[in-house]
Ligand binder design. Structure first.
Ligand SMILES: C[C@@]1(CC(=O)O)C2=NC(=C\c3[nH]c(c(CCC(=O)O)c3CC(=O)O)Cc3[nH]c(c(CC(=O)O)c3CCC(=O)O)/C=C3\N/C(=C\2)[C@@H](CCC(=O)O)[C@]3(C)CC(=O)O)/[C@H]1CCC(=O)O
Ligand SMILES: NC(=O)c1ccc[n+]([C@@H]2O[C@H](COP(=O)([O-])OP(=O)(O)OC[C@H]3O[C@@H](n4cnc5c(N)ncnc54)[C@H](O)[C@@H]3O)[C@@H](O)[C@H]2O)c1
Length: 213
């Protein structure tokens, strides 16, 4: 299955993880990096999760029938849900509820029931590179991630921050779109060729050239 990559903002937003084992811990780790407000519900929650989430975000000893209304309400508060229990029946139930409420759901043991799947992620500062094999083979994604990690140097993150700030400045100070494009494209090309952020003088020079052309 081929997936369209979307970069979504989850900072401060509720993400519900159903299940508290190895897979749940990996998804908690990924979502935490992006500032999600995570809640975990499971029969048993592993130490790795307890170490990174506050007690109020963990609902352990969850028993399906007695508290089914609780789960449904928690699902409705979430922007995305992960069904990662070791019970096929439970994962299926969570998936059905999410589909009924049109809430994004990742089902750890069923790609077919998932409305989104997790990419393998390379992070360099604010830069995020997501990888998906398109064949349901996480081992392939992991190999590609390792190659990209080696190929993308840390200073790219500094250039990204620098270019983000330059872009705000250029948008605020230059009315003509062609000029904005010239400055930003030239500055990015120059920063990457010099393998560092540009100095104020180098930026002034680019602006001068743009105005003379
Ligand atoms: C990328 C990554 C993101 C993440 O989870 O954070 C990810 N799985 C990762 C690791 C990993 N997954 C598995 C192992 C054991 C080795 C192996 O089996 O290969 C390892 C550990 C390892 O490889 O070290 C087994 C496995 N995976 C799935 C099932 C269920 C099934 O197949 O039904 C089973 C059990 C199969 C069985 O029972 O045997 C399903 C999915 N896993 C996906 C993503 C989606 C497809 C991604 C794609 O196609 O690119 C998809 C469809 C749904 C989803 O989970 O979103 C992360 C790499 C992190 C990194 O970069 O290191
Ligand atoms: N997507 C992936 O990358 C990936 C990788 C490996 C395995 N899997 C699949 O993910 C699932 C979870 O794997 P794991 O290694 O995290 O298992 P695990 O045994 O480490 O954890 C299972 C968790 O589910 C909880 N649980 C079980 N039944 C429950 C129920 N009825 N209600 C609430 N909580 C319940 C347990 O308390 C535990 O917290 C399995 O189905 C496995 O096949 C997916």
């Amino acid at each position: 299955m081929m997936y369209f990559p979307v970069f979504t903002q989850i900072e401060g937003k509720r993400c519900l993880i159903m299940g508290g084992g190895k897979v749940a811990a990996r998804k908690v780790h990924t979502l935490l990096q992006y500032g999600a407000d995570i809640v975990v519900i499971a029969k048993k929650v592993c130490d790795e999760i307890k170490e990174v989430l506050p007690e109020k975000s963990i609902f352990e000893d969850f028993i399906k029938n007695a508290e089914s209304d609780f789960l449904e309400k928690e699902i409705q508060k979430a922007v995305l849900v992960v069904a990662a229990t070791s019970s096929r029946e439970e994962n299926h139930r969570v998936a059905e509820l999410c589909h009924a409420y049109h809430i994004l759901v990742n089902v750890a043991d069923s790609e077919a029931e998932s409305s989104f799947i997790f990419p393998s992620v390379v992070r360099k500062g604010n830069i995020s590179i997501g990888i998906n094999s398109g064949t349901g083979s996480p081992a392939v994604s992991k190999q590609i991630r390792c190659q990209i990690e080696k190929a993308v140097p840390d200073y790219y993150a500094d250039i990204a921050i620098f270019m983000g700030e330059l872009r705000q400045y250029v948008k605020a100070n230059f009315e003509e779109e062609a000029m904005r494009r010239y400055i930003l494209k030239t500055a990015a090309a120059k920063a990457f060729s010099k393998e560092r952020v540009l100095t104020e003088n180098e930026i002034k020079e680019i602006i001068r050239q743009g105005q003379n052309d």
